[in-house]
Ligand binder design. Structure first.
Ligand code: FAD
Ligand code: NAP
Length: 541
């Protein structure tokens, strides 16, 4: 039987963004309900449970800042938090704010339809239930739609296939197994050293090599925790106004303001910290000038050479086809050293591509690798994937997926013309994954919930960006990206990992602090660039 449930706001997704949106709406006096495909809270950290899964932003930065008591009572144990610790934190937040009572788990949203007459969204689920509300917040996540691996024959494989993005609980022991890992992005780089510890034989199938720095992860000392807790207000403010959502000191130097020896000393200083965001911004022109970028690439290539015993393997592990950090700069624990183990072999797919998966294992053009388990670390249809997997129909029944077929546009990454009253958290053309996501998603949730509150108080029933504002923002985001090296890479940032996807820089490269100022000014000006409309009936109670 179909049930209609009508809170003020429907939220899709119970990751950090959805959880905070629910909490904040309640505090503002609205009713909200989350629909979540998974069986519990945590989003990314609920699904990606593979051995070695860990954040690449320090725990004291990658945590909610909205509640002083929360940040004082929670104590992080490691510099870079593990998936387990992040999930425990998500559970703590859910319990502390009593969130689960307004979350429907195991509820996959398949359709979202805007009714222009009655001015509400109806969300349909795979179980045939319908939910309606005047506002809808898509907190569906930038990296929650696993990419199809596009490898033929997977169904014929007689062993087990595991995907890092939907890892079964408690699978970490690969003793007596021959394992193949496909994919060497951030997920592959984290899972490979862990599997190598127990597997009889591990084949690493690499198409594009990644740059990675040693993470230097370690337990946090009690005085570090005390200092962070004491300094949270300043740290958080600095992060909000910073370029990437992290309070990183800026040297203000071009790579060519210093001679080679001094430049390498500076790189070494940052490299030794295991801080990827700081490393990619060591010099101000690293992401805009190819010659400056090359100095960083050469420095890291030298480190890879030192970390890998076999020169041919080191060479194959060294990227050569894109500027450093135009694909996610990874951090690792013993990734390159893993290739010095006798049970690990690198298969370079550029010289010997995968032909297909067979019953016994993986057939490349020149070889057959018989294995018991295949691990897919093949990435995501990023930023727009989770939205496009829902049939989202706005004005005149227009499908969002169709609107975005040739070009992905959005006003501020927050709303899309043609789709009134539907907000996207860290949507396309907002800083999102180029930043500390915690800072970016908190900002979005606050902007969106403040907006809903404003509309309600002003008795405005619908909000929608004008097409002019959307096109202006999309052009601006593209222009900023064109001034950087990002477009030179076939990365998922550029939508290039998914066949047929529009090739454009999906995150906004203009910086978190700058973006925050723009969006806040737009709100303060009565939501400039948006059309606000009031019908006779107020949208929310
Ligand atoms: P998510 O955590 O992705 O939550 C979205 C939720 O929406 C999911 O639970 C999903 O099930 C649900 N959902 C989606 N579609 C539907 C639907 N149709 N119906 C119902 N539910 C749906 N960011 C960083 O800043 N630093 C890091 O170190 C970092 N590490 C990462 C490591 C991994 C392995 C991955 C995949 C991502 C990482 N990220 C990192 C990005 C990470 O996604 C964000 O930091 C953050 O967790 C996003 O939170 P969110 O709530 O926006 O989305
Ligand atoms: P990814 O970076 O997109 O890496 C996917 C890998 O799979 C690439 O090496 C890709 O090669 C390869 N691949 C895809 N399809 C293939 C095929 N058919 N045959 C052979 N190889 C194939 O995905 P990810 O590693 O899951 O990371 C995605 C993002 O999640 C990261 O960039 C990061 O933002 C986040 N993340 C962060 C952490 C962390 O450190 N905290 C950990 C995991 C993920 P090609 O590039 O050649 O296509």
């Amino acid at each position: 039987m179909t049930t209609i449930k009508q809170p003020d706001v429907l939220i899709v997704g119970a990751g950090w963004a959805g959880m905070y949106a629910l909490h904040r709406l309640r505090r503002l006096g609205y009713t909200a309900l989350i629909l979540e495909a998974g069986s519990d809270v945590g989003g990314t950290w609920y699904w990606n449970r593979y051995p070695g899964a860990r954040c690449d932003i320090e725990s004291t930065h990658y945590s909610y800042s909205f509640d002083e008591d929360l940040q004082q009572e929670w104590t992080w144990t490691e510099r870079y938090p593990s998936q387990l610790e992040l999930l425990a934190y998500a559970h703590h937040v859910a319990e502390r704010f009593d969130l689960r009572k307004d979350i429907h788990f195991d509820t996959q949203v398949t359709n979202a339809d805007w009714d222009p007459t009655n001015e509400y969204w109806t969300l349909a689920t795979q179980d045939g239930e319908n939910y309606s509300a005047p506002f809808c917040i898509m907190a569906t996540g930038p990296l929650s739609a696993p990419k199809s691996p596009e490898i033929s024959g997977l169904d014929s494989f007689s062993g087990s296939v595991l995907n890092t993005s939907n890892w079964p609980e408690d699978v970490s022991d690969f003793s007596k197994q021959r394992v193949a890992v496909i994919g060497t992005g951030s997920s592959g780089i984290q899972v490979i050293p862990e599997i190598a510890k127990t597997a009889e034989q591990l084949y690493v199938l690499q198409r594009t090599a990644s740059y990675s720095l040693p993470a230097h992860n370690r337990p946090l000392k009690s005085d570090e925790i005390a200092t962070a807790k004491e300094q949270y207000p300043e740290l958080r403010n600095a992060a909000r106004e910073s370029f990437d959502g992290l309070a990183i000191p800026n040297r203000g130097l071009s790579a060519f303001d210093v001679v080679e020896e001094e430049r390498d000393e500076i790189y070494q200083e940052v490299y030794a910290k295991g801080a990827p965001f700081e490393f990619q911004g060591t010099f101000t022109d690293q992401m805009t000038d190819i010659a400056a970028n090359q100095t960083a690439a050469e420095f890291v290539a030298g480190k890879i050479e030192q970390r890998v015993d076999d020169p041919a393997t080191a060479e194959a592990l060294t990227p050569s086809t894109y500027p450093i950090a135009t694909r996610r700069l990874c951090i690792d624990t013993d990734y390159y050293e893993t290739f010095n183990r006798s049970n690990v072999k690198l298969i370079d797919l550029l010289s010997d591509p995968i032909d297909r998966v067979t019953e016994a294992g993986i057939k490349t053009e020149d070889h057959q690798y018989d294995v018991d388990t295949i691990v897919l670390a093949t990435g995501f249809d990023a930023i727009t994937g989770a939205l496009n997997r829902i049939e989202i129909r706005g004005n005149n029944g227009q499908l969002l997926r169709d609107k975005w077929r040739d070009h992905i546009s959005s006003y501020l990454g927050l709303m899309v013309n043609g789709f009134p009253n539907m907000f996207t958290v860290t949507g396309p053309l907002s800083p999102s994954v180029l930043s500390n996501m915690m800072v970016s998603l908190e900002h979005h949730v606050e902007w969106i919930t403040d907006c809903i509150d404003y509309l309600s108080r002003k008795q405005v029933t619908t909000i929608e960006p004008t097409i002019e504002a959307e096109l202006d923002w999309s052009k601006h985001a593209n222009d900023v990206a064109e001034g950087t090296l990002f477009p030179q890479s076939d990365s998922w940032y550029m939508g290039a990992n998914v066949e047929g996807k529009s090739r454009q820089m999906l995150p906004y490269v203009g910086g978190v602090g700058h973006y925050r100022q723009i969006t806040n000014k737009i709100a303060a000006a009565g939501y400039r660039g948006f059309e606000l409309h009031s019908s006779a009936q107020s949208a929310v109670r």
